[in-house]
Design a binder for this molecule. Structure first.
Ligand SMILES: [Zn+2]
Length: 134
């Protein structure tokens, strides 16, 4: 397994691969999931999930505000394909083209606040023009 050196964008501490219980206690939605968590957690509340098999980080560590924003961006994008308007793959492809990103960069877990806002606005625009109720 490749060693990953990830730092917290907020406090620049090292991020450590930890089990979900470190963050969620016994309320973890998936107890077997792993996260990269800031070494100063919980004083510094930043983390990002890791891929199940490879344990590679899904993106960059996020604080509560960015996690919330990324969730909103995911919801906006999920809405497009869940509505049956397009497939999930098409939705991501469309987003990738809109943002002008290579496929490996077109992941919401890698996005900043600004980019998430772009995603949300873009998805709203498509949903509106497709006549999806808001
Ligand atoms: Zn930190």
């Amino acid at each position: 397994m490749k060693k990953v050196h990830l730092t917290c964008p907020k406090c620049h501490s090292k991020a450590l691969l930890r089990p979900a219980s470190v963050i969620f206690g016994d309320k973890a939605p998936d107890p077997s999931a792993k996260y990269y968590v800031c070494a100063r957690y919980p004083a510094c509340d930043c983390y990002v999930s890791a891929h199940r098999r490879t344990h590679m980080p899904m993106g960059t560590l996020a604080d509560p505000a960015l996690r919330k924003k990324r969730n909103q961006a995911h919801q906006a994008l999920d809405r497009l394909w869940r509505s049956g308007l397009m497939s999930r793959t098409q939705a991501y492809r469309l987003l990738q083209l809109h943002l002008g990103l290579p496929p490996e960069e077109a992941h919401i877990a890698k996005f900043s606040m600004d980019r998430c806002d772009q995603v949300i606005a873009f998805c709203r625009q498509i949903a509106k023009s497709a006549g999806l109720a808001s």
